[in-house]
Design a protein around this ligand. Structure first.
Ligand SMILES: Nc1ncnc2c1ncn2[C@@H]1O[C@H](COP(=O)(O)OP(=O)(O)O)[C@@H](O)[C@H]1O
Ligand SMILES: [Mg+2]
Length: 340
């Protein structure tokens, strides 16, 4: 089944691009985003890979907030360390209102320590992503996420469910607790950037004092955000996960596993792009041998991944750097080889 990337960028609202390190995720995400922008879609391209390379791909510096790199195309790179710092600052600011001056020092120490934990990093990252997705959909036609290598992304995608379930439990458990405030304040970031609307579940909060109500409300907003994120990620009409792999043993194995895992969690898999396919060669023995080896892997891909749509992209002579190169590569992407 051939993967139609042009149709994909016209139809979807959220595309997540994943795969092993070095297979071409950033290049493909950037080229697809550039192509979509040239076809009048307003596009936001987001990198969530700590090994930032959108800046390299576009040949210009890119930061934590969207910058316009071409008409209709905005780009940003999320830095997990920056996110976790900002997140903990918000938590601290909130706790300051309730803790005595003598406690603040201890709190700061505690927060500094927890900033090193993977849990804090993921929570901060997930929250930023969830907000970007929801706010982004209002402002842009298409969001393209250039994600971190597969394992990390899979974990992050399963988090909205976990986080929502966790806040559900917490709220039920603490609804009437006097200590709600102190417990919840550890978990609730600021609402200042929350663009979501909706009806607060006031009736559930009536038994609490005012301070606890405020905190519970913040938590409820957050819970709703994660529920919505989960819903968006599982929405076949709007969302698609795109794998990138090279015709090599490990990327094939990993992609096969990841396709299964996403399918099991109900996240729609749009297809896979097989990148760096060697062009046919005739006379050179070395390249003929490489081609032959690669053909085995391509056969393996048909076997292992034949049930999802596939596109094939040839290895280019040069690295793909700068807007012009990305746009040209985008042209090739949407007319991929039907057979390698
Ligand atoms: N089809 C291709 N032909 C030639 N070079 C490619 C191709 N796809 C990607 N590259 C180059 O390979 C390098 C790594 O690609 P990148 O997109 O950064 O991988 P990832 O984001 O998966 O780590 C980049 O320098 C990129 O320009
Ligand atoms: Mg990358």
């Amino acid at each position: 089944m051939a993967l139609n990337l042009h149709a994909l960028i016209r139809q979807k609202r959220l595309l997540l691009v994943g795969g092993k390190g070095g297979v071409g995720k950033t290049t493909l995400s950037a080229a697809l985003a550039a192509h979509a922008a040239q076809h009048d879609r307003r596009v936001l391209l987001v990198s969530t890979d700590p090994a930032h390379s959108l800046a390299d791909a576009f040949g210009r510096s890119i930061g934590n907030q969207p910058v316009t790199v071409a008409p209709n195309l905005s780009v940003l790179e999320i830095d997990p360390d920056t996110e976790v710092d900002a997140y903990l600052d918000r938590v601290l600011a909130q706790m300051r209102r309730y803790a005595g001056p003598d406690q603040i020092h201890e709190l700061q120490r505690h927060l500094r320590l927890s900033s090193q934990s993977p849990g804090a990093q993921e929570a901060a990252l997930l929250e930023r992503l969830a907000r970007l997705m929801h706010e982004g959909l209002e402002e842009y036609d298409l969001l393209v996420f250039d994600t971190a290598p597969t394992g990390h992304t899979l974990r992050l995608l399963s988090l909205p469910e976990v986080m929502a379930a966790w806040t559900d439990g917490l709220l039920r458990h603490n609804k009437r607790s006097e200590h709600l405030g102190s417990v919840l304040s550890h978990l609730t970031p600021s609402r200042s950037v929350d663009a979501l609307t909706g009806d607060p579940k006031k009736h559930e909060l009536e038994n609490l004092d005012e301070r606890s109500q405020q905190l519970a409300q913040t938590l409820l907003d957050r819970q709703r955000l994660f529920h919505q994120t989960r819903h968006l990620l599982a929405d076949h009409d709007r969302t698609g996960f795109l794998f990138v792999l090279t015709p090599e043993r490990l990327p094939i194995l990993e992609t096969h596993r990841a396709v299964q895992s996403l399918t099991d969690s109900g996240i729609p898999v749009s297809g896979a792009v097989v990148n760096r396919v060697l062009p046919p060669t005739t006379d050179d023995d070395f390249w003929a041998a490489r081609r032959e080896r690669q053909q085995k892997h391509l056969d393996e891909i048909t076997q292992q991944l034949g049930h999802i749509p596939l596109a094939y992209i040839t290895l280019q002579q040069d690295d793909i750097e700068g807007l012009d190169a990305l746009q040209a590569f985008g042209q090739q992407l949407v007319r991929p080889l039907s057979t390698p």
